[in-house]
Design a protein around this ligand. Structure first.
Ligand code: CRA
Length: 752
């Protein structure tokens, strides 16, 4: 392969050994760009368009080097020159185009689509300031604009693309591309990111994410999920969504024609996966374009489009199932509103069940539109799909049982082992051979479940990962983690249903227990990470509780040597890549029935953490695979939870009154503790948990504490724990996103 030294000489006029990390980083990025420019796009008649409001990519350099087969060589050459790839990589800025699991899933899927050689591209928007960058100030979250677009970014192109007609004005879009390279492939796929000609970064100050939401012609692509707590914000989201799908639809039609479609056969040339409801307006937009610009009859256009779109549902939380007032859509695009009305009228004529109408009381139910006018609706884990079929979407399931299917989520092994845990990848190679890298099959490890050499090598891999994580936390935020600490991690968006507050209550319990003299055999480090939506007050309060507890415990000399609570600032893919390989315990403690799937659960398992969980989302499948003894489960079942909601019979106060629970909840507002933080936030959270507790943290708390204590006890049997680790890794192959994508293609897309 290329001598990096020669490259350095020609790019910078000096040898590799004399380059700064920044220079080496740009040089390698250029090398990747040059290699990928030479690859042809994956070809095939029928092409997939995966439209998503988010793509949470993470840094790209290492992943691209792995997929190009250059990683080992580049690493070795850098090392010979006294440089380290991981330090070079620190100069790379992580794109800020995503939010949480749904966005990371989209990124894993692109990697797998490319790796399987399938013709398919992602389509999204190029947000200039992403979601936001999280800072902690006075133990509270501060949201800052995340200005990730630098001089030497990963975007290619930027040509003017399409005209997007809004009601009162028309805008021009620009199209950027990020090449997506498959593992060991000679072709590439692409993430197409649309931006707005005339977007104005100066609308956003440096120190806040507030901006004039009405300046649509200048603000359209500034932020992912702009604040929607007022009408201007909600309207802006509709503008963004229409901008995204109009560009997508125009691109799809142009490319289909280029490949030989006469548009009457469009469904043979293109299939669209609608990632959650945000891109649903692609349905009426495709119909509009076929009608208005290609003279197709309405009925034929509807028929064609209904054969080429598929919808993935990612949540049963009502707040996330988008509903837009028709009046908003009318203000953004009267044509789209008119088409939605016609589509609704057809449904109203055929079905009288109010639950399946598209427009109800002047409000458009985006999911309903996608289900009626698509070929497929899928959930993202077996339990989630079952809940969709049997309760949330049961009225639709009765009409279209054949449209419903499950696609349990997956994660790409290129990033989540090879990239983030090279020593583990190496151990897997030496134990199993390297086939697992493409097959994802790790079950051969089970033959080594009692092999002391493998188990002790696994212990070394974990120790090594802990070392990298400790260095990261030290550099990132000055945190010193004891070398022999148990690492117990909950990383994910902050949300009441995910119940970070329940882990915080456990921490209070443990704190008091240690105060009472019950010192654990080794230090325990509990790590949180995650952002809270800026308009979601209780989630901000939960962050405040965690950070205040962290300070409180660090300041208590009786407890600090035994218990440490950390929260990673600005949790993102890069942080995940450091934390997940180091974790001993994976906290997946959502209220059963609420977490559609989860994907960090899969990443932790793959890296040898043992799961402590409720039987929710994909945890159920993990538990079935690894079997009792290799996972810790607790809490009310999803049936029980659904029953409590249906009856309205959950009474937080009756749990709160139990002395053991009251003590913990009231700790939040004890005068000494509250004096350290914001009384307003801590009181509000206290009252919410004690009086409402909508996601039933108190219901499961006592059992959670018991099981967690058992986990820590079992951790001390190091031999038995190593075996649990191994069994978890061995079964993680099921959750390779290559498997998920092969299923999407086999059941829904039929590409090629
Ligand atoms: N928050 C679900 O809650 C799931 C991902 C990806 C989510 C997770 O359980 O793993 O999607 N849903 O399928 C979502 O974003 C809008 O809904 C998530 O990321």
């Amino acid at each position: 392969m290329t001598r990096l030294n020669d490259l350095a000489l020609s790019a910078y006029g000096r040898p590799l050994a004399d380059l700064s990390n920044q220079q080496a980083c740009s040089m390698l990025q250029d090398l990747v760009k040059e290699r990928s420019a030479a690859l042809a796009p994956t070809a095939g008649k029928r092409r997939l368009y995966y439209i998503s409001a988010e793509f949470l990519l993470g840094k790209l350099l290492t992943n691209n080097l792995i997929n190009l087969g250059l990683y080992e060589d580049v690493k070795a050459q850098l090392e010979d020159a006294g440089l380290s790839l991981s330090e070079v990589e620190e100069c790379e800025v992580e794109p800020s185009l995503g939010n949480g699991g749904l966005g990371r899933l989209a990124a894993c899927f692109l990697d797998s689509i490319a790796t399987l050689g399938l013709p398919g591209d992602g389509i999204g928007l190029n947000y200039h300031f992403g979601l936001f960058r999280q800072k902690f100030v006075q133990n509270q979250q501060l949201a800052l604009p995340d200005a990730w677009l630098g001089e030497e970014d990963v975007l290619v192109g930027g040509r003017e693309a399409f005209q997007v007609p809004f009601a009162d004005f028309t805008v021009t879009s620009k199209l950027y591309t990020i090449d997506v390279l498959g593992y060991g492939r000679k072709t590439k796929n692409r993430l197409r990111l649309f931006d707005l000609v005339g977007v104005d970064d100066t609308l956003v100050p440096h120190d806040s994410i507030e901006f004039d939401k009405r300046e649509v012609r200048r603000n359209l692509t500034l932020f992912l999920y702009p604040d929607d707590s007022d009408e201007d914000g909600r309207l802006l989201r509709v503008y963004q969504q229409y901008f995204m799908v109009s560009n997508a639809a125009q691109l799809i039609l142009a490319e289909a024609v280029e490949r030989g479609s006469n548009l009457h056969d469009l469904a043979d040339y293109a299939v669209v996966q609608i990632n959650d409801t945000h891109p649903t307006m692609v349905i009426p937009e495709l119909i509009r374009l076929l009608e208005e610009e290609h003279d197709m009859a309405f009925d034929e256009a509807v028929n064609i489009v209904s054969r080429m779109v598929a919808y993935t549902n990612h949540t049963i939380l009502a707040e996330a199932l988008e509903k837009w007032p028709l009046a908003f859509i009318e203000r953004v695009s009267p044509q789209i509103a008119a088409i939605i009305r016609k589509l609704d009228a057809r449904i109203a004529k055929n079905y009288d069940d109010p639950a399946v109408q598209i427009i109800q009381d002047g409000v458009v139910h985006m999911a309903h539109l996608a289900i009626h006018y698509g070929i497929s609706v899928n959930g993202v884990a077996a339990l989630h799909t079952k809940i969709l079929e049997e309760s949330e979407l049961s009225s639709f399931y009765r009409i279209y049982p054949e449209k419903f299917n499950n696609k349990t989520n997956g994660i790409t092994f290129r990033r989540w082992v090879m990239g983030c845990n090279p020593p583990l990848a190496h151990l897997l190679d030496t134990t199993l051979g390297s086939e697992w890298r493409t097959t994802g099959d790790l079950t051969g490890l089970l033959d080594h479940a009692d092999d002391q050499d493998v188990l002790s090598a696994l212990a070394d891999v974990k120790a090594d990962a802990k070392g990298r994580m400790r260095a990261f936390m030290l550099e990132n935020q000055g945190a010193h983690i004891p070398e022999d600490a148990i690492i117990d991690v909950q990383v994910k968006r902050i949300h009441e249903y995910k119940r970070q507050q329940m882990l915080a209550l456990y921490i209070i319990w443990k704190y008091l227990d240690i105060k009472n003299g019950n010192v654990p055999p080794r230090p325990i480090t509990i790590v949180f990470g995650g952002k809270a939506a800026p308009a979601y007050t209780i989630a901000q309060d939960i962050i405040h509780l965690i950070l205040t507890l962290s300070t409180w415990i660090a300041n208590d000399p009786d407890v600090a040597p035994h218990l440490q609570v950390l929260m990673v600032e600005n949790y993102n893919v890069t942080a995940a890549e450091h934390l997940i390989p180091a974790a001993d315990i994976s906290e997946q403690i959502s209220l059963a029935s609420k977490e559609a799937s989860g994907t960090s659960n899969m990443k932790f398992m793959l890296n040898g953490a043992v799961t402590l969980c409720t039987l929710d989302g994909a945890n159920v499948e993990i538990a079935d695979l690894v079997g009792e003894g290799n996972i810790y489960t607790f809490g009310a079942s999803s049936e029980e939870v659904e029953r409590l909601y249906a009856e309205g019979s959950y009474d937080a106060r009756s749990y709160y009154r139990r002395p053991g629970i009251k003590l913990l909840v009231d700790f939040m507002t004890n005068p000494h503790f509250i004096a350290m933080g914001s009384a307003e936030r801590l009181r509000r959270l206290h009252d919410d948990v004690a009086g409402k507790d909508w996601f039933m943290a108190l219901l499961d708390l006592e059992e959670y504490i018991q099981v967690k204590e058992a986990v820590y006890r079992d951790f001390e049997d190091r031999g038995a724990w190593a075996r649990k680790e191994l069994v978890n890794i061995a079964h993680a192959g099921t959750f390779s996103s290559d498997r998920t994508i092969a299923q999407y293609n086999g059941d829904i897309w039929h590409l090629g």
